[in-house]
Design a protein around this ligand. Structure first.
Ligand SMILES: Nc1ncnc2c1ncn2[C@@H]1O[C@H](COP(=O)(O)OP(=O)(O)O)[C@@H](O)[C@H]1O
Ligand SMILES: [Mg+2]
Length: 310
């Protein structure tokens, strides 16, 4: 079992009469790329701010590598790097100057800092733009610089709040590729509501709603949770119609479309569907050209969880 990098237990934040985070518990395994998901207003930013010490919890506990964090203390927080949801930059600084400034907030020897800035600029693809003023940077470049800033103290854990949400598809891909490249080097705990990106890079996710844990697991287990799937078949001969007749009244068929020699089926019970379809194929000596069971997307599952189905 991997060590636990961040452990949150019963964490609660109340603003006046609003419970923004409600007895939330989660564990981020060391080395994971951990996706923190939830619709707008779910409590993601509030949770992350409590972890980095910017907001005081109403109750509950946060541990970093088994050490309990106390609000107002910097102890154990040097293990954490943070990129806020709306990072502020000094437009008149160059990228390199900005990283130098960010590094000066920590006790990093000059020679170490110099090498680190060079490496980080490389990691986030800003080596060529290092002497340009941040004011002229695109959103994607700023976000990449923000990631370099979050890594400047060589933290064990980096927390990124919606690092890709404001970016166009190309900017998003660049930032997600950087996040993916951090796998194994640093534990990444990041929030997002762009499911396709999360799906590509995360090994673990939690889905929260109204400040509460709806689902936390590895992406693989979460995918396997869903029994409803889309299937696609293509027949060698003209058997699509008789296939339709044989299964259309089965309880597991949710949707069935036939087009020529092709069938598209949405099933709500994959195991049963497979057994019965296979039986029909064997009994009728059917030749198939194609037989595909699509993986459910994280998006399908997210929508179900957030809307309260299943
Ligand atoms: N400083 C604050 N004062 C009052 N309410 C807040 C404050 N910060 C956040 N909230 C509320 O807490 C809830 C969770 O917000 P937030 O953590 O920003 O969600 P998310 O990041 O998931 O979109 C929202 O209803 C938001 O309006
Ligand atoms: Mg937020």
């Amino acid at each position: 079992m991997a060590k636990t990098a961040v452990k949150i237990s019963n964490l609660t934040k109340v603003f006046d009469d609003l419970v923004a985070v409600d007895k939330l518990s989660l564990s981020v395994p060391e080395g994971a790329i951990y996706g923190f998901l939830g619709p707008n207003g779910a409590g993601k930013t509030t949770t992350l701010k409590m972890v980095v010490g910017m907001t005081e919890p109403t109750s509950g506990e946060i541990e970093v590598y088994g050490n309990k964090l106390t609000f107002g203390s910097h102890k154990f927080r040097e293990d954490i790097g943070f990129l806020p949801d709306v990072p502020g930059f000094y437009d008149w600084m160059t990228a390199k100057e900005y990283l130098k400034f960010a590094g000066s907030l920590y006790n990093i020897p000059n020679t170490v800092l110099k090498d680190r800035i060079r490496d980080l600029l490389q990691t986030v693809g800003l080596t060529k733009s290092q002497n340009k003023k941040v004011g002229g940077f695109s959103r994607g470049m700023k976000q990449r610089l923000g990631i370099a800033q979050a890594l400047i103290n060589n933290p064990k854990i980096v927390i990124l709040d919606e690092p890709v949400s404001a970016l166009d598809p190309i900017g998003r891909k660049e930032v997600m590729d950087i996040i993916a490249s951090l796998a194994g080097k640093v534990t990444v705990f990041f929030s997002s509501h762009i499911l396709a990106d999360v799906e590509r890079v995360c090994d673990h996710v939690i889905i929260i709603k109204d400040g509460r844990n709806m689902l936390e697991d590895s992406v693989e287990n979460i995918r396997n949770l869903s029994k409803s799937r889309e299937m696609e078949m293509e027949f060698e001969n003209d058997e699509a119609k008789s296939f339709q007749d044989s299964i259309k009244n089965s309880g597991w068929v949710e949707k069935l479309d036939i087009e020529g020699k092709k069938a598209k089926i949405k099933v709500n019970d994959l195991d049963n569907a497979r057994v019965e379809i296979n039986k029909w194929i064997c009994q009728n000596n059917i030749m198939l050209k194609k037989y595909i069971v699509a993986e459910p997307t994280l998006e399908d599952i997210f929508i179900k969880v957030v809307n309260g189905n299943d």
